[in-house]
Design a protein around this ligand. Structure first.
Ligand code: UD1
Ligand code: CA
Length: 453
């Protein structure tokens, strides 16, 4: 078995992105584009994955380190051949697959086909494709599948510019031919060390360079501008949707955004305009939407998240119901059978089994027991201007409507709080607490007022 290493070139600045952020850190469906390339590289089970860093090096390095890859630094961006040579120490003697940090849509099947082609030829192989508009790409001059040379846009003659077969940049170099890169000189318009010059040098040494033609250009083209970033995002969004469809998830419309790492169980139905983001996990038989945003949350089986819910950093247990129009913030746990309803905000709280907060309430920094009923318009006054305080409501408490619970405060189990109360002291178990002013009547007052007018 020969050893294979993958080198991902990611040192370039990405001028056309007009951004302070290094290009490969721009996100596609919630993840930096370089992460998709690293994942593809790792799927091939190579000896090593080496990422060549340059622009925005610290940021990219601290991100890719999580994936257990090696990094090489190209201090100055002197061209693609120079970038690859920077990784030489890491890949010593291995066959090298070159991928690009800004070509994130490449599919596993495509790399597999490239490899079968490579296994047969054992030559230097470049992946090529035919495009409508080749502007900006290296044009590939071939005889059959043998590459004569690749000429970059700036160096091409008007005739060569008409060629629509382009270099994707993705290539394979046998270990014993890696040294050819050292013969490349920056003798071109840009004064760069072109990796594509390996074609000319190989031919001088009677060594063959082959073209592997890939039929689907959209997958192997690079991202250079915000427009291409948007297009890639849309492509990835559809791919993610298709994968969920294949695994038993239903959608009413394609207008949904599901980040790459989100998981969804079977028989879950997603209504339009739903955003499932970050590290969200959704169980089986769940209904979500329309117009819902869920980020970094865990939703268990048979939960219903109705329209216009925004939920972050929350765990929702089996059979609970949230929405419509609820806002649930980190760090919240909604246990089995809980109901959080219209215009309710919950933050940093735990609501135990079968508790209901159905209308117009704020539960912040609270621990609520089982079978509790929170009446409409209940507010936990959790902030005293200096610090956040907790509200504890024990099992089977009934809180009447329009109540303020001034924290820190505890309502003992089975207690009842009368509507309209402002509770500032702990309520004992089983007690009724009422703080509202008594109702008084002035007989005949209404009629007298009408006569005066
Ligand atoms: C390159 C190819 C071109 C091909 C095109 C496909 C060369 C000489 N040209 O051109 O034939 O059609 O890609 O997209 O190889 N990079 C570094 N260090 C450098 C220069 C580049 O790491 O010094 C990285 C960039 O971050 C990027 C990739 O290499 O990921 C391609 O670089 P770029 O400058 O975009 O090359 P192109 O001019 O597009
Ligand atoms: Ca490019």
């Amino acid at each position: 078995m020969r050893r294979l290493s993958v080198v991902i070139l990611a040192a370039g600045k990405g001028e056309r992105m007009l951004s302070k952020k290094p290009k490969v850190m721009h996100e596609i469906m919630g993840k930096p584009m370089v992460s998709y390339v690293v994942r593809r590289a790792k799927e091939l089970l190579p000896t090593k994955v080496v990422v060549v860093l340059g622009h925005g090096r610290e940021l990219v390095e601290s991100y890719v380190k999580e994936f257990d890859v090696e990094c090489a630094v190209q201090e100055e961006q002197k061209g693609t051949a120079h970038a690859l040579l920077v990784a030489e120490e890491h890949v010593r003697g291995d066959d090298v697959l070159v991928l690009y940090g800004d070509v994130p849509l490449i599919e596993k099947a495509t790399l597999d086909s490239l490899f079968s082609f490579y296994e047969k030829t054992r030559a230097v192989v470049f992946m090529t494709t035919e495009v409508e508009n080749p502007l900006g790409y290296g044009r590939v001059i071939v005889e059959g599948d043998r590459i004569e040379r690749i000429v970059e846009e700036v160096d091409a003659t008007p005739e060569e510019k008409k060629i629509r077969r382009i270099n994707t940049g993705i290539c394979l170099i046998p270990g014993e031919l890696f040294g050819l890169l050292k013969k490349i000189k920056p003798d071109n318009r840009k004064g760069e060390y072109y990796l594509t010059d390996i074609c000319r040098i190989a031919r001088q040494g009677q060594i063959e360079v082959r073209a592997y033609e890939h039929p689907n250009p959209s997958e192997v083209l690079g991202i250079n501008s915000r427009k291409e970033l948007l297009d890639a995002n849309i492509t990835m969004k559809d791919r993610i949707l298709e994968a969920h469809l294949r695994s038993g998830v239903s959608f009413l419309d394609r207008n949904v955004y599901i980040d790459a790492d989100v998981t969804i169980g079977r028989d879950t139905t997603i209504h339009p305009n739903t955003y499932l983001m970050g590290r969200t996990r959704i169980g089986e038989g769940v209904t979500i939407g329309p117009n819902v945003l869920i980020r970094d949350s865990v939703i268990h089986d048979k939960v219903s998240v109705e329209g216009f819910v925004m939920m972050e950093g929350t765990e929702v247990e089996t059979g609970a119901k949230v929405g419509p129009f609820s806002r649930v913030r980190p760090t919240t746990l909604l246990r089995k059978g809980v109901q959080v309803g219209n215009f309710v905000e919950v933050k940093n709280s735990r609501l135990d089994e079968n508790t209901k907060v159905n209308h117009l309430s704020y539960m912040g920094d609270s621990e609520v027991g089982k079978d509790v009923n929170i009446g409409a318009g209940t507010i936990t006054c959790n902030y005293d201007g200096i610090r956040k305080n907790r509200t504890i409501i024990e099992d089977r408490v009934f809180v009447g409507s329009n109540t303020e619970l001034v924290a820190p405060v505890r309502i003992g189990r089975d207690a009842v709080v009368g509507a309209g109360s402002t509770i500032t002291r702990d309520v004992p178990e089983g007690a009724l607490a009422v703080t509202r002013a008594e109702q008084r009547h002035k007989e005949g007052y209404g009629r007298k007022k009408q006569c005066a007018e």
